[in-house]
Every structure is written in structure tokens, then in C-alpha cells.
Ligand binder design. Structure first.
Ligand code: ZN
Length: 320
């Protein structure tokens, strides 16, 4: 169901009628998301974007492959660029770099990539490099690493902090320059990009024959269960994709299918968790990390990736 609380001169949403992953048309609503963009209403902000505040939109699941996506997309030109127009200050970006919450995830990915491509082929591309933490760890581990980052502030910070090339252009523009890599990494990025098979197909062009792509995304069905459990236990409202921050909701099966359709031979498992920073080391932080590591260990058991314990998915796909 698409609702519009204010009469608009033109439609605010364009319906999507087919699954972005498999093309099937059997799409069933399973969650209603909200738009809360009042922060963009103030004087120097984005009034057209703020008009979406109060709107709702359904997420729909594909009966054929299990993929979840919005029932429609905003017609506002550059909606996603405008929503992500973050003007982070340098102190915040520096804290993002230094926090180290994702180091366990990053080191797990680097180890798995090395196992697959060997120690001689070391050209790596991090798509969505953010503040550059993964690039930093990749270089420490002996990779010849480069990044793509569209946000000008984080791109500049990552380039200065790591001394590595950070391309401030999209993947197609990097592909057009004829560059190619042994390993391409997408961590916590693909869930934000409409029509994910298009980006993966571009990344296949950037991956050498026999090279490997590593993709980490939230697991759509597990996040629904987690949110409903939290909502039942607390006053928490079920939030899966407010403002369309997440447009792709992959199941293990649909993630495999998306990679296959893009030219990769994939395997999918539970992803390593974020851990609390070691400083300050509190009992609460220790307890949280212990719980996450235990959940991860259980989700790595045979069949565990198909249970709600797999909160995030990690795929590795070899370029065919
Ligand atoms: Zn589908």
C-alpha cells in the first residue's frame, strides 16, 4: 500500500512491479516503513526532501527468491544522494576511523580473501571506503589497496589518513578507466543501493577472472525476527528501513542468486559481528561482545545461516 498524506502536484512514488533480483512479479507486503525527514525542514536544508515526512511505504517480499524490497521508490530526483548528504565534521570521521568496532569483521574478510586468491595477487578495491579503516587494515595485511568513496569529506579523510588512492567516483567510472582487482569488497554498502544486480554486474567487470568479491549485508529475514522480538520485549517500534535507508533485504538464497546473475560463483555464511571497543573495557561491553561472538559461533554451525541467529550475511563470490 502506498499512501500520500498531502496532495502533491506529481506522484511522490513510482511503483516497482518486479523483484530486483529474479524478476518475478509475486511480491507480498510484510512491513510498513515510515519517512521521518523533518530534520531537513529547517531554513538551509532540503524542503522537497522534507515533504516525504509522514509518508509510509510497504516493503514487499518476492515469493520466488525471498528477496525484500520497497513497493515503490521516491520520484524526487536524487532522493538517495540528498538523504545521504551528510556533512560530517572531521572529529566524527576520526572517531569512526579509530573506534575499531568492525576490526573483527574486516580481519575475517581479509583472511578469507587471502585464502581464496593467495598471497601473490594483492590488488584490492574497497567499495564504500568510509573513513578508511578497512583500507588501513588491508595495507597492514600486505594488500595493494584502493577505495571508492562518494562522500567528499570521508573520501578526503581516508586518503590522507591511509596514504592510499581513494576514488571519489562511482564503480562504473573506475571500470571505464580499465582498472581491475583480485579482490573487491562491499561491507555494509549493498543494502543501500537500489537495483543491486546492476552494481554487482559493474563490480564483476572490476574483478579479474578468478578474483573474488566479498559482500556483507544484513540478513533480511533475521532482522525482521530480531526487531519483532525487541518490539515485544520493550516499547521499541519495529524499524527495518525507515526513510529507505535499507532498500535491499537479502535472504541467503536471494544473495546467492544476485551474485550468480552478476557473474560470480558464490557461497554465503553468517557474517562476523561488530564488537564493542576495547576502551573503555566495561562489564557491559564484555557481555555484549561475548553474546555476539556466541551467536556468531552458533550461526556458523551447519545450517545456521538459515536461522535467525545469522543477523548478517557474508558472501564470497569467485568471478567466473
Ligand atoms: Zn525474486
Amino acid at each position: 500500500m502506498i499512501t500520500s498524506s498531502t496532495p502533491a502536484a506529481r506522484p511522490m512514488f513510482a511503483p516497482l512491479t518486479a523483484c530486483w533480483v529474479c524478476g518475478a512479479r509475486g511480491l507480498t507486503p510484510y512491513h510498513t516503513l515510515r519517512f521521518e525527514l523533518d530534520a531537513y525542514r529547517s531554513e538551509d536544508q532540503d524542503h522537497e526532501l522534507a515533504q516525504y515526512s509522514g509518508e509510509t511505504l510497504d516493503l514487499v517480499r518476492c515469493a520466488s527468491c525471498g528477496f525484500g524490497q520497497p513497493a515503490a521508490l521516491p520520484t524526487l530526483p536524487r532522493y538517495f544522494d540528498r538523504m545521504y548528504d551528510q556533512r560530517w565534521d572531521e572529529d566524527w570521521i576520526a572517531r569512526e576511523f579509530d573506534a575499531g568496532c568492525k576490526d573483527f569483521i574486516f580481519r575475517t574478510i581479509l583472511r578469507e580473501l587471502e585464502r581464496r586468491v593467495g598471497t601473490n595477487d594483492r590488488r584490492l578495491l574497497d567499495v564504500g571506503a568510509h573513513a578508511g579503516r578497512f583500507l588501513h587494515l588491508a595495507r597492514e595485511a600486505g594488500w595493494d589497496a584502493e577505495g571508492i568513496e562518494l562522500n567528499p569529506r570521508t573520501a578526503a579523510y581516508a586518503a590522507i589518513r591511509t596514504g592510499l588512492p581513494v576514488h571519489q567516483m562511482n564503480a562504473q567510472a573506475v571500470a571505464d578507466r580499465g582498472r581491475s582487482y583480485d579482490a573487491v569488497v562491499l561491507t555494509d554498502v549493498l543494502e543501500h543501493i537500489p537495483e543491486p544486480v546492476d552494481l554487482l554486474t559493474t563490480l564483476a567487470k572490476l574483478t579479474k577472472d578468478g578474483g573474488v568479491i566479498a559482500v556483507k549485508v544484513p540478513c533480511g529475514p533475521s532482522q525482521v525476527v530480531k526487531e519483532r522480538v525487541l518490539a515485544a520485549a520493550t516499547s521499541h517500534r519495529v524499524t527495518l528501513a525507515d526513510n529507505l535507508v535499507h532498500v535491499n533485504h537479502f535472504s541467503p538464497r536471494s544473495l546467492k542468486l544476485a551474485l550468480r546473475r552478476s557473474g560470480f560463483e558464490p557461497s554465503v555464511r553468517a557474517a562476523a559481528p561488530e564488537l564493542q571497543p576495547a576502551k573503555p573495557l566495561t562489564f557491559r561491553a564484555l557481555g555484549s561482545s561475548a553474546l555476539r561472538l556466541t551467536t556468531y559461533a552458533l550461526a556458523r554451525l551447519p545450517g545456521g545461516v538459515h536461522t535467525p541467529l545469522a543477523l548478517n550475511l557474508q558472501a564470497y563470490g569467485r568471478r567466473l
